[in-house]
Design a protein around this ligand. Structure first.
Ligand code: DOR
Ligand code: ZN
Length: 341
């Protein structure tokens, strides 16, 4: 049986810059129609010039592939409505990081004072620009995301017209919050659908499975699987594929991030087929995202997968992917581009 996915989208992707960008961008561009590009470069993307020139570098790295990079800015409470209006046509969302919570987030927000945030968030609501959030406090590592839910609630209540995307959710508490607020949505990664903390640290430490937020308990994974596998309209696929060079992962002080982009569609297909819900995969990898993101323009691409063994490469240049050397039961057998970028 063939599984056909139309215009798959990755709504949370790290492409980095320079050499790493050249390695990873073509891998996403090959099988995805587009992706929301994270702005946590050094320095972060926070001006129109930086955003446009990064977009150009990405397109150049993608070559001839039919792939749209949906650009984001690194949130600053100083962004004015005038500034946002001037960049709106090139901007798809703004990403908010609490200060120091993850890779290159030092310039993030050090507190959530609603009045300090009001002008920028009101302007974003009025311009219909979604706010993507890395939702973790600096509390105990297993509790950080659940503790952040009250901040999501505060923002969702104060800015009811603002679309808030809870990025890479990992807990049942976040899943439950989706039902309480019309304007809360979420991305879910492949790795958080597949692994728990046990896979990361239950045996020998697995640096290539270490990420932020860290994988949680089996019941959290169950809650994530439920909404993803039912194609729940409030959730969408965002890989959070976050490449780091092998030496930065296999070292004392392992960098956070799991590299999944080139094998994400194969593994998602395997997971959805195993759960007899493959008819919901199209919603999870494309349709929900298009609706949540205000019907963004998406290049058409048709990806065909079939049951056929695919051995995950040991490395892509110097980046080790999730499940390197393991065999996946589904493979991409055809990618058809339809139309232009
Ligand atoms: O594990 C992660 N890696 N989580 C993030 O939030 C950032 C990412 C990165 O940029 O490496
Ligand atoms: Zn990320």
């Amino acid at each position: 049986m063939s599984i056909i996915l139309t215009s798959p989208l990755d709504m949370h992707l790290h492409l980095r810059d320079e050499e790493m960008l050249s390695t990873v961008a073509p891998l996403s561009a090959k099988s995805f129609s587009g992706a929301i590009i994270m702005p946590n470069l050094v320095p972060p993307i926070s001006t129109k010039e930086a955003l446009l020139s990064y977009k150009e570098r990405i397109l150049k790295a993608c070559g001839k592939e039919n792939f749209t990079p949906y650009m984001t800015l690194f949130f600053k409470p100083t962004y004015t409505k005038e500034f946002l209006e001037s960049i709106k046509d090139d901007l798809v969302a703004i990403k908010l990081y609490p200060a120091g919570i993850t890779t290159n987030s030092e310039g993030g927000l050090s507190g959530f004072d609603v009045e300090e945030l009001r002008p920028t968030l009101t302007a974003m609501s009025e311009l219909n620009i979604p706010l993507c959030i890395h939702g973790e406090t600096n509390g105990f590592v297993m509790d950080r995301e659940a503790e952040f839910v009250s901040i999501y609630e505060m923002l969702a209540t104060n800015f009811p017209k603002l679309k808030i995307i809870m990025e890479h959710i990992t807990t049942k508490e976040s899943v439950e919050a989706l039902d309480r607020f019309e304007n809360l949505y979420a991305t879910i990664t492949l790795h958080h659908l597949l692994i728990t903390l046990d896979d990361v640290a239950g045996g020998m430490l697995q640096p290539h499975l270490f990420c932020k937020p860290i994988a949680k308990r089996p019941e959290d994974r169950e809650a994530l699987r439920k909404v993803a596998l039912e194609g729940n309209p409030k959730v969408m696929f965002g890989s959070d594929s976050a490449p780091h060079p092998q030496h930065a992962k296999e070292s004392c002080g392992c960098a956070a991030g799991v590299f999944t982009a080139p094998i994400a569609l194969q593994l998602l297909t395997e997971l959805f087929v195993e759960h007899s819900t493959v008819e919901k995969l199209q919603a999870f990898v494309s349709d929900n995202a298009r609706r949540i993101y205000n019907h963004i323009k998406v290049p058409t691409k048709r990806v065909t997968l079939e049951k056929e063994p695919f051995i995950v490469p040991t490395k892509y240049d110097n980046v080790v992917p999730i499940f390197a050397t393991k065999t996946i039961n589904y493979n991409i057998i055809k990618i058809e581009k339809i139309g232009d970028r």
